[in-house]
Write a protein that binds this ligand. Structure first.
Ligand code: SF4
Length: 352
């Protein structure tokens, strides 16, 4: 039984099938593992009174064999997880006032090849399993001792390209008897995987938040900086966004990374406003890091401010977001750089 990939109800059904025991014991196991971070669930009163069951469950459950093998702190906390097969992914914890946001990875590498993204330059290695995704949240809470209030799938990988495992992970992390991160606090961020958005819409989970990394509102430019646009054109993407069932907040988040001299002119702002017309969208503008890891440069701060003003003048709801963690390569589009340098790949125990 892969506990990190099962909801409490699924665990109860499985325990019932195997041993004729159900929710009472499953909820106890879930509480120990996901509320207390304690794998010694058999010490819980529910299992102490059923020692033979405890022994059988203990023999049957599997735990993720992921390890934290490097960590760095700036104004965010970034860490490298080494997975059972030796591949590595990064996660970033971003503190904000009293709420922490955890940026999780969903793939080792990525197929999408966005030109401004280090992960894209790694190519695709493999999907993460639901267990490996949930482990990142569990590790933040119980190994790094950081509360996690929001989870964003903005780490390495395109989450909608790994649809099944990502949705399973969402189900596990949102289970109230465990990690209890509600759908309203989980954001799936896509580079524009229109088929994935359609599948997500069909699941009708309106409180899950959807973010689209757009970065250009003409096919010509978007084809150049985001190859996924050749598969899913802006028109097809817009069709899916229009059809998407919106939840209580009623918005789709549109991420726009400003690349100096590429997508930051008044004409680009105009195209973006036109594209969003009729969609319930909020735009987050973020300046490219310009750290030499990509071919693009960061725009001047006054250009970034102007771009937001041009959008606002066209009645677009826009927010300027500050990229954080650039110094430790944890900023927008930078994940994977430390892994490519070999950081976190040591064979020894957990980094301190
Ligand atoms: S921005 Fe996202 S989708 Fe694009 S290459 Fe990077 S990880 Fe993949």
């Amino acid at each position: 039984m892969i506990v990190f990939a099962m909801t409490c109800d699924e665990l109860a059904r499985e325990m019932n099938r195997r041993w004729g025991k159900g929710l009472h014991h499953a909820a106890a196991l879930y509480r120990e593992v996901f509320k207390k971070g304690n794998r010694s669930f058999f010490k819980a009163p529910e299992f102490v009174s059923s020692p033979s069951l405890a022994r059988q469950v203990e023999k049957t459950v599997c735990w993720p064999s992921c390890r934290i093998t490097a960590r760095k702190k700036d104004n965010v906390l970034k860490w490298v997880s080494t997975l059972a097969d030796g591949h590595c992914v990064e996660s970033v914890l971003i503190p904000a006032r009293s709420r922490n946001t955890l940026c999780v990875s969903s793939q080792v590498g990525c197929k999408m090849g966005c030109r401004f993204c280090v992960t894209g330059s790694m190519g695709f290695v493999r999907h993460l399993s639901a267990e490996e995704i949930v482990w990142q949240v569990h590790a933040a809470r119980f190994q790094l001792k950081k509360p996690v209030h929001n989870v964003v799938f903005m780490g390495m990988g395109e989450p909608l390209d790994n649809f099944h495992e990502v949705m399973r992970a969402v189900d596990v992390m949102s289970d109230q008897r465990g990690l209890d991160i509600s759908h309203r606090h989980i954001t799936l961020s896509t580079a524009g995987h229109a088929d994935g958005i359609q599948r997500l819409a069909a699941l009708n989970r309106p409180n899950l938040r959807l973010a689209v990394s757009l970065n250009a509102a003409s096919n010509e430019l978007r084809n150049q900086i985001m190859p996924i646009n050749r598969r899913y054109s802006l028109e097809r993407l817009r069709e899916e966004l229009r059809a998407y069932p919106l939840g209580r907040d009623g918005v789709i988040f549109v991420e726009y990374v400003l690349l100096a001299g590429v997508n930051d002119s008044p004409e680009h702002a105009h195209e973006l406003a036109e594209y969003l017309c009729g969609l319930s969208a909020r735009v987050n503008v973020i300046a490219c890091n310009g750290n030499g890891s990509s071919a693009f440069e960061a725009p001047q701060p006054d250009r970034v401010q102007k771009f937001c003003e041009w959008l606002a003048a066209r009645r677009v709801f826009v927010r300027l977001r500050r990229s954080r963690g650039e110094k430790i390569m944890a900023g927008c589009g930078q994940l994977g750089a430390s892994i490519m340098k070999g950081e976190g790949r040591e064979k020894g125990g957990e980094a301190s």
